[in-house]
Design a protein around this ligand. Structure first.
Ligand code: CA
Ligand code: CA
Ligand code: CA
Ligand code: CA
Length: 601
C-alpha cells in the first residue's frame, strides 16, 4: 500500500496509451474472448465446482505483501489469445501473468491496459497481503490439459477477512475459469476506492482484454462465495494484429548504465514479434541524446524477426565512445510500418558517463515527494563502471515532520533473485527539513569487486519519512521497494529516487583504477554462440582468463598464448550458461580489471 503526501513541485508524468478498444462487459473482446458467470442461466455458463488443491498441489513459497514469484510450469502449452503459454508468474496481489514479472500493486490498472505488467489473468487483483495471517498459494497440473492456481485464506491489506479463490486452465476447451470459495473483507478504502481492484484478463500487449469487475463495479457482478466466471475463447480467422516491440535494451531491466569516458560501448537490443502476422523485414533504430536533447549517436539495422512470437537480439554495428561526462539517453525503436501498437515501439535507457571518483546518481534533483503509509522503503541498485568500486557513503533527499533517525544500508546483490542480500555496512542520520543528507559509512573499506550493490533506506514509522523523487525521464529502471520484502519497484518505469552512492574525491590513486593496458575488445558483445576476446599479447606469453558470473563464481577458465581467446558461452563442464552478464578477468593482468560480456541467445 502507499499514498503520496507532500507538495508536487513539478509533475511531468505523461502516459501513452495505445489505441485501445475496451468492450462493454459481456461483449466479446476484439480477439473473441467473452465471459459467462454462474449467476446467469445462459447456455454454456459455468457451475461453481471447487477443485481443492490445498495440500495436493505444489506450494509457492516466498509470497509477501507486494511481490511476484515464479514462473511455475503449466506442464503443457495452453492457447491464450494468439500465443501459446507454458508457464506463469504468481503475483501476491491476486493475479497471474505470462512473460512479464513486473509487479502489479496499488494503484491497480484497468484490464486491459498497456501498462506493465501485461498478459494478466486476474481473479482478484487487489492489495492482498501474504504477510498477514496464514495464507498459502498452490499450483497443480495433470501435465496434460488441466492447470490450477489456488490462493487460500488471503487477507486484504490492513483488513480482516479471508479470501480463497482459484484459476483453472482447461486445454480441452481453451477456457479459463475463476472460482471463489470465500470472499470476505474489502480492499483498503473499500470496494469502490479508486484503482483498488481489477478482475479480468488481458493479452500480451495489454490492448485487448475483458474486465469483469473494476473498483467493485458493476454492482451486479460483485464477487461472492460460490461464484464461477468462465472466460471462453473463440477464434476468428480474420483477426490480425501487427505488433513488434522492444523487449529490453543493454540488459534485461533496460537498467541505467554507468560508463567511463573513452569506453567503447556496444549498443544492443532485443526485439519480439508480438503480433500474429508473419512480417516482412523491418528496421531498428538506436539513438543517443545528451542531457539537453542534442543527438550524439545514431545507428540503424534491419531485422528479420518475422515469425509471430519470435524474439531476436540485435547488436548495432556502430559502437559509442562517450567523451564527456554527463547524463545521456539511449533510445531504441522498432520501425514496423504496419505496427498497430506504438506504445511498445521504444525503450529508453539512462546512460551516465562518470569519472571513477564520481557520485553515482539517477536523479537530477527531486520534483516530487513520496511517503509510505506503512513501514517501508526504497533502494537504488548500482552497477559501477569499473571494479573495484569503493563506496564511502550516500546522499539522500528526504524530509520528516519531526526529527527522524533513519538507517542507510549498503547491500550486496546476493539476496533471492539478486535482490538486496547481505548488509555490507550501514549508518544512521537524522532527517528533518527537506534537504540533501550526506551519510558517511563508518566502515571506510567497502569494496565492490563484481556485480552490483544496493543502497537502501527504510522507515520504521508509517507516513513519517518523505523521499525525494525525480519524475523527469530517462529513468534508471533500478528502483527497488521494500514492503516486507525487497522487490523491483512498481514505480521503476516512471520515477527515480534521489539516493546517490558517494565515492570520495582524492583517493583515486590508492584505488588502482587506472585504465588497463591491455583493454580487451570482445566481439560480438552481447553474443549468442561464440565471443572472440581480443587483447594485446605481442610476446605470446601464457595468459589465463577467468570468466565470472555476477555472484563472483568462476564459471570458466581459458588459457591461451595468442592475442585472442574464444569463449563459447559454456562453463568448465561444457554446459551452456544462462543468458546474462559475465565478467572476463585476466589473472596475469597487473591492473586486475574486469570486463563485461553478455550472453543473449
Ligand atoms: Ca497491462
Ligand atoms: Ca499487497
Ligand atoms: Ca509495437
Ligand atoms: Ca533518471
Amino acid at each position: 500500500m502507499l499514498k503520496i503526501i507532500g507538495v508536487f513541485l513539478l509533475v511531468t508524468i505523461s502516459f501513452l496509451y495505445c489505441q485501445t478498444k475496451i468492450n462493454n462487459i459481456n461483449d466479446a473482446d476484439t480477439f473473441g474472448y467473452f465471459f459467462l458467470d454462474s449467476d446467469t442461466n445462459v447456455v454454456g455458463a459455468p457451475a461453481f465446482h471447487w477443485v481443492s488443491i490445498y495440500n495436493r498441489g505444489t506450494r509457492i513459497s516466498g509470497l509477501a505483501d507486494d511481490n511476484v514469484k515464479g514462473p511455475v510450469p503449466l506442464g503443457f502449452s495452453f492457447p491464450y489469445y494468439w500465443e501459446n503459454i507454458n508457464n506463469v508468474y504468481i503475483g501476491s496481489n491476486g493475479y497471474i501473468s505470462y512473460g512479464d514479472n513486473f509487479l502489479s500493486a496499488f494503484p491497480f490498472q484497468s484490464l486491459p491496459s498497456v501498462s506493465r505488467p501485461n498478459n494478466i489473468i486476474a481473479p482478484l487483483m487487489s492489495d492482498l497481503d501474504f504477510s498477514a495471517g496464514t495464507p498459502s498459494c498452490w499450483y497443480w497440473t495433470n501435465a496434460l490439459d488441466s492447470f490450477i492456481v489456488e490462493f487460500d485464506s488471503v487477507q486484504f491489506w490492513s483488513s480482516v477477512g479471508l479470501n480463497s479463490f482459484q484459476v483453472i486452465f482447461s486445454k480441452r476447451d481453451s477456457a479459463i475459469t475463476f472460482q471463489y470459495l470465500k470472499v470476505s473483507g474489502a480492499p483498503y478504502g473499500g470496494w469502490n476506492a479508486l484503482n483498488s481492484n481489477s478482475v479480468g484478463i488481458e493479452n500480451n500487449i495489454g490492448n485487448i482484454g475483458l474486465a469483469y469487475l473494476k473498483d467493485g463495479l458493476p454492482v451486479s457482478q460483485t464477487l461472492h462465495d460460490s461464484l464461477a466466471i468462465r472466460f471462453i475463447r473463440t477464434v476468428s480467422s480474420s483477426f490480425e494484429m501487427h505488433d513488434a516491440k522492444i523487449m529490453y535494451t543493454l540488459n534485461k531491466q533496460s537498467g541505467a548504465v554507468f560508463v567511463n569516458p573513452g569506453t567503447t560501448m556496444n549498443i544492443w537490443t532485443k526485439v519480439r514479434n508480438t503480433g500474429n502476422i508473419y512480417e516482412d523485414w523491418y528496421s531498428i533504430i538506436a539513438s543517443i541524446t545528451d542531457s539537453v536533447g542534442n543527438p550524439v549517436y545514431s545507428s540503424m539495422e534491419d531485422i528479420f524477426c518475422r515469425v509471430p512470437g519470435m524474439a531476436d537480439s540485435i547488436v548495432f554495428d556502430t559502437t559509442w565512445i562517450p567523451s564527456t561526462t554527463g547524463q545521456y539517453c539511449l533510445e531504441t525503436q522498432v520501425a514496423l510500418t504496419s505496427d498497430m501498437c506504438r506504445c511498445n515501439d521504444t525503450m529508453q535507457v539512462e546512460l551516465r558517463v562518470v569519472n571513477n571518483n564520481s557520485e553515482l546518481a539517477y536523479d537530477n534533483e527531486p520534483n516530487v515527494f513520496f511517503s509510505w503509509n506503512r513501514p517501508a522503503g526504497f533502494a537504488n541498485q548500482f552497477v559501477p563502471p569499473q571494479y573495484p568500486w569503493y563506496v564511502r557513503g550516500a546522499r539522500v533527499y528526504a524530509s520528516a515532520p519531526s526529527p527522524t533517525d533513519i538507517t542507510i544500508k549498503l547491500f550486496d546483490d546476493n539476496g533471492p533473485d539478486n535482490s538486496p542480500g547481505d548488509i555490507l555496512t550501514q549508518a544512521t542520520a537524522t532527517i528533518t527539513n527537506p534537504n540533501w543528507y550526506f551519510i558517511q559509512f563508518s566502515d571506510p573499506g567497502i569494496t565492490i569487486s563484481d556485480g552490483s550493490f544496493f543502497i537502501g533506506v527504510t522507515s520504521t514509522i508509517a507516513n513519517q519519512l518523505s523521499f525525494g523523487l525525480d519524475t523527469i525521464p530517462p529513468f534508471s529502471h533500478r528502483l527497488w521497494e521494500y514492503t516486507g520484502t525487497w522487490n523491483p519497484s512498481r514505480y521503476s518505469l516512471s520515477r527515480d529516487l534521489c539516493l546517490r552512492s558517494v565515492t570520495f574525491v582524492g583517493i583515486q590513486e590508492q584505488m588502482g583504477m587506472n585504465p588497463v593496458s591491455t583493454q580487451p575488445i570482445i566481439i560480438p558483445n552481447p553474443f549468442n554462440k561464440n565471443a572472440v576476446i581480443h587483447f594485446t599479447n605481442p610476446l605470446r606469453q601464457n595468459k589465463t582468463l577467468h570468466i565470472y558470473n555476477t555472484t563472483g563464481t568462476i564459471v570458466r577458465t581459458i588459457a591461451t598464448k595468442e592475442e585472442f581467446a574464444i569463449w563459447d558461452g559454456r562453463n568448465d563442464a561444457g554446459l551452456r550458461l544462462s543468458n546474462g552478464c559475465y565478467f572476463v578477468y585476466f589473472i596475469d593482468e597487473p591492473t586486475k580489471s574486469l570486463h563485461k560480456v553478455i550472453i543473449a541467445r
